[in-house]
Write a protein that binds this ligand. Structure first.
Ligand SMILES: [Zn+2]
Length: 239
């Protein structure tokens, strides 16, 4: 287990994800709990998910627009209305200096106490969390947290935005979970958020059972009482 920031000291959170729906599968229950307490949460989506979905009558551009709208609706289910889309190409994300700069810009604009993003490490227990876009976004986001966003001399083109130090990062989908967050009270809104991604989840009649199954297994692994549900993270202190 790890020392986690005192929740009373967390006023703003930035969630950085590769694709629409990533945050909802990994973290929407946790985010709903935060917004209930008045925490301001902002989403940054690196791609529009234009290579996803199952409806090939829609082209990549149409799919990207659809998935932005779905992510916006899903965010609303958990109290999030500020979304930033960076427009990188789905399936082709690399942890470049350009992505580090773009994420540093968002961090300096939002000034979050905490960032949620993907683990850059491959998870050999389950293959899905380790999509190459996820690992690339996680690596670039961590590099933006340290050193870029806090270094006033990084990226001269961002000099107008004061440097900002993020104090904690929560990694999704990685191999080294050290924190289980109870989401029993917010699971209905998580499932509503997942259903808002119609192009991704409409074909899954078993969605609710599947999600409750994962969350129940997390709670058990975290030693929570019988019947509780949890989302799992690796919390990394970054000060
Ligand atoms: Zn994804």
């Amino acid at each position: 287990m790890v020392d986690v920031l005192n929740e009373a000291d967390v006023r703003r959170v930035l969630a950085v994800a590769a694709h629409p729906d990533d945050v909802d599968f990994s973290s929407a229950g946790t985010i709903a709990g935060w917004t209930d307490r008045g925490v301001e949460v902002v989403y940054c989506l690196v791609t529009d998910g234009d290579a996803g979905g199952f409806d090939r009558t829609v082209d990549g551009e149409g799919m990207g627009a659809l998935r932005r709208a779905e992510q916006t609706a899903a965010a609303k289910c958990v109290g999030v209305t500020d979304l930033r889309f960076l427009g990188y190409r789905d399936g082709a994300v690399e942890p470049t200096l350009a992505l580090r700069r773009d994420l540093s810009r968002v961090i300096r604009e939002v000034r979050p106490d905490r960032v949620i993003t993907h683990s850059p490490e491959r998870n050999y227990q389950r293959i899905y969390p380790s999509h190459p876009d996820h690992r690339a976004v996680g690596a670039a986001a961590l590099d933006a947290v340290y050193p870029d966003a806090r270094n006033p001399y990084a990226f001269p083109e961002l000099a107008d935005l004061p440097a900002w130090t993020v104090r904690e990062v929560w990694l999704m989908g990685g191999p080294a979970v050290n924190h289980y967050n109870d989401v029993t009270d917010t699971v209905d809104r998580k499932i509503a958020a997942l259903r808002a991604h119609v192009s991704q989840t409409a074909h899954r009649e078993d969605l609710e059972d599947m999600v409750r199954g994962w969350l129940g297994a997390n709670a058990q692994a975290g030693g929570l009482p019988e019947g509780r549900l949890a989302e799992a993270f690796q919390v990394v202190p970054t000060v």
